[in-house]
Design a protein around this ligand. Sequence first.
Ligand code: MG
Length: 338
Amino acid sequence: MSSNYLDKFKGSIFGVAIGDTLGKPFEGMLRDAIHSKFDNFEEFIRENRHIFKTYTDDTQLTLHTAEALIKGRGFDIDILINEYVKWLDDPPIGPGYGCLTSIKKLRYGFSWEDAASNSGGNGTAMRIAPIGLFFCKNIEKLIDTAKKSSQITHRHPAASAGAIVIARAIAYLTDKNPNTGFSTDNFFNSIISAISDSKNVLWNEFISILRKVKANINISLEAGLIKFSQIGVKSPYFIEHYLGKAFVHPYTLSTVACSIFVFLKRLKSFKSCIYELSTAGGDSDTIGAIGGSLAGAYYGFENIPKNLISLVKNHRRIIKTSENLYRVFSERNFSYFK
Ligand SMILES: [Mg+2]
């Protein structure tokens, strides 16, 4: 049976917004310290309701990416740049340095080639969900668009590889039914093949990291987070202090590896995925957002508890944006008049 794509679109975009909202108050904390405050998901939501006030740049830029695809009726680099520049007036909530500096340069008229920072941060993968959804029926175009959408702000090859991997994973999951499951082997084959066509050393390093995640899928969630929290990180930036702890570094490779690992370790329900993602430690809003985009694409909007939907700021507007994105997608893919 064919998927309910509208449900998957809304699910994935809400996955970003919920993971981001739940993770934000715990950004910069160790997983142990977060988990010492409560015993389970219900308590986590009940005790912290008053601090889950807003999402951050992850959701803001995801919504701007969706708006650009809606306005352009597909991908148009100038429309995307325009949307990202508009984000400066939102104003940005908890932005990453790479995104902020490059988008400010775009506002001042720099070409994207000159504006892009050399950041390998997770700022491209966190905003990629609409591209993974919109191009789920055309993988070649998905890969090309995910790469171009990254390069506007992040020149670093890790950033484009992370965006492609997450977009491809989302596309894979839109066709899967949570009642019947999916093959982990096929999942890894799909995401790895999306970045296989490159001689780039970093892309190849990313492939070996993804293979390592697959090989370690049976270790405990905590052991995996400790193993992958700082994987691929070359910079000494706060590493020493958090070495050997579950504390996800905001580098693309580490955040994407941890998001995929946690998602696959908690394939029980959306709730169990999002709980572990947003309390993973370190860059918790972004691991919540990226992992949430996968969990939402898999489980769909109907399987997300209603109290989590209503927790999200501007949730009605997010439903509208998701529906509009789906409408343009369905006109392009399912119209008899194409
Ligand atoms: Mg953020």
